[in-house]
Design a protein around this ligand. Structure first.
Ligand code: TYM
Length: 328
């Protein structure tokens, strides 16, 4: 079976974009692949949050994986910092990474601009840590949203470079990016992606948002001038985004939705969309709540996952250290 690796950084509020762009793919992939899903806590540290908050978020993300349907019997779920080899491989890969390569990364440039006084070396080095995550497990596929595409291209470059310098070691992984859900846009601005670090909470539909809040957020979502529920990215980016979410969550095709709402207005459409989102989130939120009452159960799953992840990581790091000459 081919191996899949992916992860989420435990920061901000996980939203419907994270679910549609990444986690929904994982649910399908775990049926026929050897999947490893990480809570990327070292990544989250690149933007400061107090220790208590980080601790809480790590467990929350693990609970979200489980509540969404990631099955620990089929997939490995683990916490990145539980497997020391991630940091070890990051260092090795740092030594074959060129500074201008990292300076090119749009996520770094964007975050460096937004969190100007918080730019740290970790934020700069983030793509190398991400490459280490993926290569450590010799993953074939990496299911992610569009915003991670550049990091995946960088990972492929580093894998090839290492193989060229030290001999065939890493699989050059392939990004899996879904066409329709690759980039869910912000409700407050359909020209910017939905983001868990957005300052405005009306930017995103949180996976743990309560029904009343979902209704309010969708009601206030920016739409386009004129009326008509039409799927047109250029002319109607707001409605385009809402139709995308509606279609993906309900399983109804865009064409069918356009027909259904032909003579209806934005208000009616938004009201129904809110019901669809609430209906979709309800079973997930129930499971999430239940897990929250039994955190030790979650901790046991994570301990087991870390054990399994470590077995793979330790075997591979040994080979990598041998290849570069870190044995004597
Ligand atoms: P993160 O935590 O920012 O996002 C988690 C996943 O959600 C996707 N995503 C979106 N998809 C569609 N529309 C959106 N608006 C949207 N926003 C986010 C992201 O592309 C991602 O797949 N560095 C990564 C976590 C990570 C990782 C890895 C991923 C660490 N190591 C190794 C893959 C492989 C991150 O911060 O994603």
């Amino acid at each position: 079976m081919k191996r899949v690796f992916s992860g989420v950084a435990p920061s901000g509020n996980l939203h419907i974009g994270n679910y549609l762009g990444a986690i929904s793919q994982w649910l399908e992939l775990q049926k026929h692949h050897n999947c490893v899903f990480s809570v990327a806590d070292y990544h989250a540290m690149t933007i400061f949050q107090p220790a208590e908050k980080l601790r809480e978020k790590i467990l929350e993300i693990a609970m979200i994986y489980l509540a969404a349907g990631i099955d620990p019997k089929k997939s490995v779920i683990f916490i990145q910092s539980d497997v020391l080899e991630h940091a070890e491989l990051t260092w090795i890969l740092n030594t074959i990474t060129k500074i201008p390569e990292l300076e090119l990364m749009t996520q770094f440039k964007d975050k460096a601009r937004r969190f100007r006084n918080k730019v740290n070396v970790g934020l700069f080095d983030y793509p190398v840590l991400m490459a280490a995550d993926i290569l450590l497990y010799k993953a074939d596929f990496v299911p992610v949203g569009e915003d991670q595409k550049q990091h995946l291209e960088f990972t492929r470059t580093i894998a090839r470079r290492f193989n060229g310098l030290y001999g065939e070691t890493f699989i050059v992984p392939e990004a899996l990016i879904m066409k329709e859900s690759a980039k869910i846009m912000g409700l407050d601005d359909p020209n910017k992606k939905m983001s868990k670090s957005a300052e405005n909470p009306h930017n995103y539909l949180g996976l743990t948002d309560e029904p009343a809040l979902i209704k309010e957020k969708i009601k206030r979502a920016v739409t386009d001038s004129g009326d008509g529920i039409i799927y047109d990215k250029e002319k109607k980016p707001g409605i385009f985004n809402l139709l995308t979410i509606y279609s993906l969550l309900s399983g109804k095709s865009i064409q069918k939705l356009e027909k259904e709402y032909k003579n209806k207005n934005y208000g009616e459409f938004k009201k129904d969309l809110a019901d669809v989102v609430i209906g979709f989130l309800s079973p997930f939120q129930k499971k999430f709540e239940k897990l929250g009452k039994n955190k030790n159960h979650v901790r046991r799953i994570l301990a087991d996952g870390s054990k399994k992840a470590r077995l793979i990581a330790q075997k591979n790091i040994k080979e990598i250290k041998n290849k570069v000459g870190l044995n004597y």
